[in-house]
Design a protein around this ligand. Sequence first.
Ligand code: ACO
Length: 325
Amino acid sequence: MSHLRSVVRGVGSYLPARILTNADLALMVDTSDEWIVQRTGIRARHIAAEGEVTSDLALSAARAALEDAGLEPADIDLIVLATSTPDNTFPATAVSVQSGLGITHGAAFDLQAVCSGFVFALATADNFLKSGSHKRALVIGAETFSRILDWSDRTTCVLFGDGAGALVLEAVPDEGKDDERGVLTTHLRSDGRYKTKLYVDGGVSSTRSVGYLRMEGREVFRHAVGMITDVIEDAFRATGIDAGTIDWFVPHQANRRIIDGSAHKLGIAPEKVVITVDQHGNTSAASIPLALASAHADGRIKQGDVVLLEAMGGGFTWGSALVRW
Ligand code: ACO
């Protein structure tokens, strides 16, 4: 029996300065603002500067989360960083963040579940904290997808952007009360039969190169809503919480149509849905913490609110989490 729970102490994010609009993209490939907005809801995305790497984005987000939490780097003894676009093949991007923060104790490692990476990282950190092995964790999603896009392929290059978001989680005693704050439940799924539907056509062991993102967009779309709603229903069943009693739905920001379709199927009121895909595009593992940071900063998500998270991505991987903020 676990006697600890993981409570959110702070959240922070970082977006590179350069904004690439749909109009900018229309000068690069045969596309239009109208096509992109109608099919995806995306209007703009941020792109990392030359020389700005994933750990730079992650470090800025981590610093913002620590400031929001009122904590010092030395208070952190675990960093779990979700990314599919690490600075290098190794060491882990997480250790660059650890070093940037001046932390020399505890553990830091990367985790890769593509767009579902943040939910997988949250579940991992939650289990470490609940076990009592670590006390305070930075859970980070950070990506520079601009580096794995084929900028001549209009079917993929319009969809993605760069960014990072971070949560500080702290292990606190579980008092056994119904309305306690913290991570309430997490549910993770993968099905490798779909591994060729969304993938990068290069890698260390296969091509000794980085490769470009390739996707069967329609196939991803076809599976997305069903997988997302399934794993959210698992979270509802595990907690007794439902679409009517959540305060906020913070989905992975891939595509407005997938988000709206999932919310509609689950009966989640549109005003409870946090949307950032219009301004950020799909930032893969960074999209959920970026959206959390945005809704926290503008005062929508408040302490005690029940927040539903979900993501689905390459693998396929998919997952959900319920958090009382
Ligand atoms: N601009 C203009 N036309 C385009 C573009 C573009 N950027 N991209 C594709 N087209 C064209 C195609 O070439 C095709 O033309 P054709 O009919 O002459 O062959 C036409 O538009 C329709 O293409 P489809 O791929 O069928 O378009 P669809 O309506 O499926 O929309 C999209 C494509 C937006 C990718 C959609 O399939 C989708 O949202 N899929 C989900 C994928 C996703 O969100 N992935 C993100 C990563 S996974 C995740 O995070 C969950």
